[in-house]
Design a protein around this ligand. Structure first.
Ligand code: GLV
Ligand code: MN
Ligand code: MN
Length: 423
């Protein structure tokens, strides 16, 4: 899978097009540390090596590949990257586009003869989607100390494999997971390029945008419990079927979200136990994803859903419990860095996003920015996600412009983060 240096985004993306294809769901299923994602990590390492980048994997499983031709100290570095894991049946571009574009951007910096005044690192973050362990952005949450490493180590996937076990089998010591001030302290600026996951750029007729913000988002698990029983012999009046309040709750989620302008609320996963056609379930788990630009409104929506679920459970003689699995506040990207990107990319629009990213986690610690590349389908987390070749190259060129500016400026200058936020 190694490619000649001075590749295009399209050639790099083609080289990984067969990795992790999902014949059942369509698209790609590349859970963190699966054979597919591990093979993409190997691909990245070989592409980095082909460019003479010096790669290391840190104690949280984040890959850093350094381009540092003048041997600058690894502080105040410019860092760019994304992730290689996917949602189940996801698209080709969510994550890998940012990684491939970062590699191409290095090629372009070399071709332009850029002489960097500080180091550049290309990063790959593990478990950005949270599709294996339920916590999105697990790698950056661990890096920044936003997640308790003991809790992370104890998370288990659908097969009962714990994150600690998986870390060990991938050469990481679970006891060493957690906040890494040395790694975090090296980041002067972070820029993530990502496929746009909506229609913003289609409507604006532009190939690239600079991000303004990420709306707050969180995940909750609701567990409805009832009485498992026989589908043929149990009269309707005698049932305590947890599927009934689960189904009502799915509809209530939509109803409640409609009341709060700008809200998004989704039930994308529902698991009945034991899960037989002729079996009344004894338990139904469902996972709720709620997002709103105003964190107070997110809280209100989740409260209303919890009340609706409790009343639906009561009507059926069932029980329900609700656990918050993750919650990320809304993020406004650093305005100084955002304006710097805009100045260097004249005419490029500024867009908010409803999708979460490692950049959103890092934004609380270092000045952070994002670039979005047009997705003509406007669809993401689906095989229909798409990027035209020309737009992909345009995105890499924009990223190279941004990196060249940040790498060659005298000082990275002031930013709007408080000292407290950086600590
Ligand atoms: C990740 O893409 C998310 O927004 O959930
Ligand atoms: Mn992503
Ligand atoms: Mn995603």
């Amino acid at each position: 899978m190694s490619a000649p240096v001075a590749a295009t985004v399209t050639s790099l993306m083609s080289a990984i097009a067969d990795v992790g294809t999902d014949p059942i769901r369509g698209g790609y299923s590349r859970p963190v540390y699966s054979t597919a994602e591990s093979s993409l990590r190997e691909w990245f390492l070989s592409e980095a090596a082909a460019r003479g980048l010096c790669a290391e994997t840190d104690r949280n499983g984040i890959i850093w590949a350094w381009w540092n031709p003048a041997d600058h100290p690894l502080e105040d570095a410019v860092v760019t990257g994304s992730h290689l894991d996917s949602v189940p049946g996801g698209g080709a571009f969510d994550g890998p586009l940012g990684v491939a574009s970062a590699l191409v951007a290095v090629d372009r910096l070399v071709a332009r003869g850029v002489r960097p005044r500080r180091a550049l690192a290309l990063t790959v973050f593990p478990e950005e989607e949270g599709s294996r362990f339920g916590r999105a952005c697990l790698g950056s949450l661990l890096l920044t100390g936003a997640m308790d490493p003991a809790v992370a180590a104890g998370l288990s996937d659908d097969d009962g494999v714990t994150f600690a076990e998986l870390c060990r089998s991938n050469g990481l010591e679970p006891a060493h997971l957690g906040r890494d001030d040395e790694a975090l302290g090296r980041i002067g600026r972070f820029v993530e390029l990502h496929v746009e996951q909506g229609r913003g750029l289609v409507d604006l007729d532009s190939p690239v945008a600079v991000a303004s913000s990420i709306i707050g988002h969180g995940r909750w698990r609701l567990t409805f419990t009832g009485q498992g029983n026989h589908a043929g012999t149990t009269l309707l009046a005698d049932r305590r079927d947890p599927m009934i309040p689960a189904a009502r709750t799915v509809l209530d989620v939509r109803r409640i979200a409609h009341v709060h302008r700008g809200a998004r609320a989704t039930v994308g996963r529902l698991v009945p136990t034991p899960g037989g056609t002729n079996v009344i379930a004894s338990r139904v788990d469902l996972w709720l994803d709620v997002r709103h630009p105003d964190d107070v409104v997110t809280e209100r929506i989740v409260y209303e859903i919890s009340e609706a679920a409790a009343s639906a459970a009561l009507r059926e003689g069932c029980g329900v419990s609700m656990v918050e699995e993750s919650l990320s506040a809304s993020v406004d990207f650093d305005p100084v860095l955002r304006d710097r990107l805009r100045a260097g990319l004249p005419g490029v629009p500024v867009l908010p996003t409803g999708a979460g990213h490692d950049a959103g986690v890092l934004a609380a610690h270092v000045p952070t920015a994002m670039l979005f590349v047009r997705n003509p389908s406007g669809v993401s987390h689906s095989p229909d996600e798409y990027v035209e070749d020309a737009d992909a190259e345009c995105g890499a060129e924009a990223l190279a412009d941004v990196l060249a500016d940040l790498l060659t400026t005298d000082t990275l200058g002031t930013d709007t983060l408080t000292t407290e936020a950086k600590e």
